[in-house]
Design a protein around this ligand. Structure first.
Ligand code: APR
Ligand code: PHB
Length: 395
């Protein structure tokens, strides 16, 4: 088999990249380990920055998102019995974020990708192994329908997430990994109940962090900070709602509408970056190259900037024979990645309970109070939350 771009992983990164390339007639084969149903069922965050919204529209899949997505102009921070609103739009020159679940976005992407003659998706591809990328002979071996296959290509895009085969195929002495694992997890719950408030609420509480989010006007998504040792099965819905109420301030605690959950899971929190993001003809994109803790919902939005840079660079190569953007991909993408890693780390650090030492919360509250008293402090939160611009000189 032969193609121009071999894409490993059919999550949001791989699917978006394939669509953007296809618009310029560039062909790709996407190798996905799971089935479509499995990928679509994964529940992830649901906040899109303007850069991601633009990318989705550009890829031709913005129709349902524009109809059903909820634009948010602010969110609330709660600490020390105070509720403070961050006016995202007012502080960032009118920028907003959109609430639209990654699950829905992934469905929209699949509907388009599977109709596209320039894109071939191979599901349940096993033992995917990229080779030859340092020798200008990029090749991927894999097994499909029980048959060994070999795919030759010009470039490989590793869009296969944190546990994928792409980064794993690079010798350890050719890369550097930076990692911080946080000593707690997020227990998330989805319920068919109206959200407690029309905007998101991030709560710093002596019992631990809580987040009130949503997927629509009738579907809520809530999170609780929990110890990593907790088992999701041990958390009944009642226990979840009870604990959430304890962490919420009035009027939210008493107006919270509860109901049966239809998804509950515990996710660990991690900051992770690999450098560089290019290894000869292999490029890492999205979660394959970096992970952020979910505080601030930057994960999917960082994948968007990688996809923007790599699609721009590949198109410049095929259309004009330009190498320069491919050469600058890693450095350019990493600059925005580190900015988001810093913000996600900071937001996590200031909102969560790390220890039982009471000095910790006092210092967190002092920092949050200071930032809220200062226009500059609120602006820095708003600018980072709505998402930093993509590099303007990457054209
Ligand atoms: N071979 C083929 N496919 C693989 C392999 C492999 N060895 N390993 C993983 N995959 C597939 C996964 O099954 C998944 O469908 O790669 C895909 C990776 O998708 P995501 O993990 O969603 O990563 P990405 O597409 O980069 O999406 C951006 O940012 O923080 C997050 O929640 C956010 O998932 C979102 C991500
Ligand atoms: C979510 O809705 O899942 C969500 C929202 C905001 C975050 C993280 C997750 O910071």
């Amino acid at each position: 088999m032969k193609t121009q771009i071999a894409i490993i992983g059919a999550g949001p990164s791989g699917l978006c990249l394939a669509l953007l390339l296809s618009q310029k007639g560039i062909k790709s084969v996407v190798l996905e380990r799971q089935t479509r149903d499995y990928v679509e069922a994964r529940v992830r965050a649901g906040i899109l920055e303007q850069g991601m919204i633009d990318l989705i529209r550009h890829a031709g899949v913005g129709g349902r998102m524009d109809k059903e997505g909820l634009l948010h102009e602010g969110f609330s921070l709660v600490f020390d019995h105070q509720i403070k609103r961050i006016d995202l739009a007012g502080l960032s020159g009118g920028k907003k974020v959109m609430v639209y679940g990654q699950t829905e976005l992934t469905k929209d992407l699949y509907d388009k990708v599977l109709q596209d003659d320039n894109i071939q998706v191979i599901f349940e591809a096993r033992d995917v192994l990229p080779t030859g990328f340092f020798d200008n002979k990029p090749t991927i071996s894999f097994i499909a329908n029980g048959e060994p296959q070999v795919l030759h290509c010009d470039y490989i895009a590793g869009c296969d997430g944190y546990h994928g085969a792409s980064r794993a195929a690079v010798p350890k002495d050719r890369l550097r990994e930076y990692e911080r694992v946080y000593p707690f997890g997020w227990l998330g719950l989805l319920a068919e109940t109206p959200p407690v408030h029309e905007e998101l609420i991030y709560v710093n509480h002596p019992r631990g962090f809580a987040l009130c989010s949503m997927r629509s006007h009738t579907r809520s998504r809530y999170y609780l900070q929990v110890p990593l040792t907790d088992q999701v099965e041990a958390w009944s819905d009642d226990a979840f709602w009870h604990e959430l109420r304890l962490r919420l301030p009035e009027p939210y605690a008493s107006t919270l509408v509860t109901g049966p959950s239809f998804e509950k899971s515990i996710a660990p929190l991690r900051s992770f970056v690999v450098e560089p993001l290019r290894f000869g003809s292999l490029f890492l994109v999205g979660d394959a190259g970096h992970i952020v803790p979910p505080t601030g919902a930057k994960g999917l939005n960082l994948a968007a900037s990688d996809v923007h840079y790599l699609s721009t660079a590949l198109i410049a190569w095929y259309e004009a024979g330009r190498q320069d953007l491919l050469d600058r991909y890693s450095e350019t993408a990493l600059r925005r990645i580190w900015a988001a890693v810093r913000f996600s780390w900071w937001f996590t650090s200031v909102m969560h309970k790390f220890s039982d030492d009471p000095i910790e919360q006092k210092i967190q509250v002092a920092e949050l109070e200071y930032l809220m008293r200062s226009q500059a402090g609120q602006t820095t939160i708003a600018e980072n939350y709505v998402g930093l611009d993509f590099a303007a000189d990457f054209v």
